[in-house]
Each structure stands twice: as structure tokens, then as C-alpha cells.
Ligand binder design. Sequence first.
Ligand code: C2E
Ligand code: CA
Ligand code: CA
Ligand code: CA
Length: 281
Amino acid sequence: DGLARLLEKWLPPAPKVPRPTKKIYGVDEVRAAIANGELINFYQPKVALATGRVVGVETLVRWRHPADGLVFPDQFIGVAEEHGLIGDLTRAVLYAALAQAKDWQEAGLELRVAVNVSMDNLTSLEFSGLVTGLVAAAGVAPQKIVLEVTESRLMGDLRTPLEILTRLRLKRFGLSIDDFGTGHSSLVQLRDIPFNQLKIDQSFVHGAHANETIRAIYLASIGLAKQLGMEVVGEGVEDLADWDFLRQTGCDLAQGYFIARPMPAADLPSWMAEWKAPGAG
Ligand code: C2E
Ligand code: CA
Ligand code: CA
Ligand code: CA
């Protein structure tokens, strides 16, 4: 039973509720949703752990489906990536996020706005011109925009993505490596692409304080990012223990349900007015 105890931490906990099977939408429906403007952006705050201040938001797309209600990205992003729709989707999300960033700027809210970019967006050099053009037209400084890059499947040649991201970094866009430690968000990308922010995946954040293995991966990721001079974001901060642990271990920014769920843009100012970081006065 020594071995059983040893293995215990490797065994996944039994699921609390049976997971409902998720409907994955068809390509024609997703194409129409983009064309009809049914996608809307939600925004989730990111807080500086040292000061408790809200310093930015992540843009998370939702689909306001006429019949099914609010649909989450895992039910249509994969389809968009596989069927060549991710270019249109990213453009729509970015366009709306930039208009929102401009509104907040004019309202005196100092927020960096992050937008998710799929590796499938990075297959043609035109992407850097598109992004630069949209940002200039919106009247937003590139320093205010963070591109969170996720690699959901294995990519072949990294030369084109590398060139696009390097061009954008030279224009002062923030570049964040998303879901670090999972999928294909890897050391190769860290070596070859000038990221200035690292987002530790939520599976290495939530509960890191209580689990030796998770903690080791979390601490190694922070150490790596710090040695590379990168800003670190911990996502999946779900409770006070997560928050305290991140703060004690020198993580720069925190994001998660403990702080706030993703919300419509209109809800953000009142949420910010109410927000009080734990431990702050
Ligand atoms: P992500 O980029 O890793 O975004 C974080 C996800 O974790 C979001 O799910 C967010 O709602 C959720 N989350 C935030 N805090 C917590 C927490 O404390 N606990 C837990 N368990 N989850 C938390 P969401 O909005 O369903 O998005 C899922 C994924 O879909 C995103 O993962 C991203 O990869 C993709 N995605 C979302 N919007 C876009 C987009 O505009 N373009 C692209 N290409 N992908 C997007
Ligand atoms: Ca992200
Ligand atoms: Ca992530
Ligand atoms: Ca993710």
C-alpha cells in the first residue's frame, strides 16, 4: 500500500458530475455566425499580484446563437481552424477588441487588451500587416495589445510564424505564449520566437500549492520565464490559496474565476469599481 499511496497523486480525481457531451457545430453554421456578426467578445480581468490592480483583460470569444444561447469557443474554434475560417474569426474578434480598447482608453481606463491568436493565423506574412493596419486604424498603441499565441496541434515549419511574430514584436505588440506546458506550446517556441510574456496553463496553477508535482512544474515554469526576462501570468486562479501562492512565488499577473469570470465589456467598469484585491487595505 506504500505503492498505492505513491501512485495516488497520479490518479485523476473521480469526476463530480457526469460531463455532458458537447455539441460541435458544423462548418457552415460557424461560417454564417462569423458573417452575421453573431460572435461577441467577453473580457476577463488580469490583475497585478504585487499591487492588486487590474492591468489588462483577455478577450474571449462567445457565440450568441439565435437558438442555443451563449456558445463557448471549444464548440467552434477547432472547426474554424480546420476549415480555413480562423482568419475571418480572428479579424472579427480583433476588430471588436480594438474598438473596445479605444473606448476604454477614452474613458480613462488604462488596460492592456489581449487577443487569442491561433498558429493557423500565422501561415501567411500578410497577417502582420493586417494586425498593424487594424491597430493603427483604431487609434490604439500596439503596446496596449497582447497577442496570446496557442498552438493546438503540431505545426511543421516555424519560419513563417517566427517572421510574423518577430515583425509584430518589433512594432511593440506584446507576445504571450499561451497554455505553457501543454499541447505544443513548447521550449522550441520559446527559443525561436521573441515572446515577452508566458502564461502558465491553469493545470499547473490551480492547486499548485497543495500538489508536489504540479508545484514543481509551476515553479520551473516561473523560473524559466524569469531567466528569460519574461512577464508571467498564472491562469486558473480559482481560490484564495491559489492567489496567495502565486503572490508568494513572484508571479506577475493572475487571472481566474477567483478574480472574475469573463464578462461583457459593459460590465467591466462597475466590476472594476467594486474590485478589491485580497490583503489590500
Ligand atoms: P485560453 O486562451 O486558455 O483561455 C482561458 C480559458 O479558461 C477561458 O475559457 C476562460 O473562461 C477559462 N478560465 C478563466 N479562468 C478560469 C478558472 O479560474 N478556472 C477554469 N477552470 N477556467 C478558467 P473559454 O473562454 O471557454 O475559452 C477556451 C479557449 O478557447 C481559450 O483558452 C482559447 O484557447 C480559445 N479561444 C477563446 N477565444 C478565442 C479567440 O477569439 N480566438 C481563438 N483563436 N481562440 C479563442
Ligand atoms: Ca488565451
Ligand atoms: Ca491559456
Ligand atoms: Ca486553454
